[in-house]
Design a protein around this ligand. Sequence first.
Ligand code: ADP
Length: 351
Amino acid sequence: MGLARDREAIFLERKIMIRDAILQLLKEEQGTYVSGERMSEVCEVTRTAIWKHIQALRMRGYEIESSTKKGYRLIRTPDLLHPQEIDCRFLRFGKKYYYMERVDSTNIKAKELAAKGEREGTIVVAEEQTAGRGRLDRGWYSPLGKGIWMSLILRPPYLPMEAPKTTLMVAVALVKTLRELGVSGAKIKWPNDILVGGRKVAGILTEMQSTMDHIEYLVIGIGLNTSLEEEDFPQALRQIATSMVMEGICLPRYLILEKLLHALEAQYESVVTQGFRKTLEEWRSLNNILGQEVQVHASDGLYTGFAEDIDDEGHLIVGLMDGSKRRVVAGDVSVRTRMQLEQKKPQETEV
Ligand code: ADP
C-alpha cells in the first residue's frame, strides 16, 4: 500500500518535472521553435511522450504551436494559478498546494484539510469562489481568474489569545507585497482590510480551532483583487472596492502569488522566532487608521472616536470625546474611517 503510493507519488513528480522542463525550454526560446528531438534529449523521454505532455499543457490553456519540421513553440501562457506556474520550491508555504478551478470557499476547504491533519504551510488556491466569505458572515466577491483567492493553514506555537495578531501579520505581508509590486498607496485598515485610496483591494479572514491553551490550527483566507476592472464589480462594490489593475499594476497572477507566499513565510518566520514586536512596529508604519476619526459598530452599539494606537495584543485603542478610551477587539466590530464613510454616501442614497 505504502509502496504503491510512493510509486504513484514518484510517477506524478516525474510527470510534473517533465512538464516543467518542457515549459522552461519553450519559455527560454521566447516564441521560437524548440525541436521535439531536443526536448526528448533534455527530458530523457521519447518524442511520443513529449507530444503527450504538450497535449496535456494545451488542455491547461497553454497555446503551443507545432510544426512537424521545426518542433514546438509557445504562443501564450494562461494566467492561471496552477501549481506548475508557481515557483515555491524554496518555500515551506505552498509546498503542499491544493488547486481548484472552482470552490465554495477556500477557507472551508482548508479547514476540512486542517481538521484531517494537513500540515502547516499548506495552501488552497481557487480560480473562483462561489461563496467566498468575509467576517461576520459577509460575502467576498471572487470571480473567475480575477484575483488571488486562497487560504493558508498555520499551526503556530503561540497561544490562542495571540491569534488575532496573525491577521495583522498577514496584513503587513500583503501590504509589503503590494508596495513591492508598485501599488505604493496600499495601507492597512485595522483589522483585516487592505485599502488603496480608501477602497478595498484585499481582505483577510482568520479562523481558528483551539483549546483553552493551544491553537490546533489557523486558517487564513486572503482575497486579493488583482485584475478586476471597475465594471467587473457588482454595483454595490463599485464605490468601495479597487484592484491592482485599477491602480495601474497589471502583472500575471502567478507572480503576485509567488511574491505573496515569500512575504507571508518571511513575516511568519519573524513572528515565530522573534515575537510580534517587529511586526507590530511595521504594522504601525503601514496602516491608515491611526490618528483618524473612526466609527465603530460594536455589539453594544455605535460610537465615534479617534483611533489612537494598537496595543501589544493587536487591539485598537479608540479615544472617545469624553476623554475615555475603548479597547476594540477585532472579530465583533466593523470600523469605518471618515474617508470610507464619505465614499459610501453616494451609494447609500442610490438604495
Ligand atoms: P469589513 O469591511 O467590515 O472589514 P469584511 O472584512 O467582512 O468587512 O469584508 C466583507 C465586505 O467586503 C463585504 O461586505 C463587501 O462590502 C466587501 N467586499 C466583498 N467582496 C469584495 C471584493 N472582491 N473586493 C472588495 N470588497 C469586497
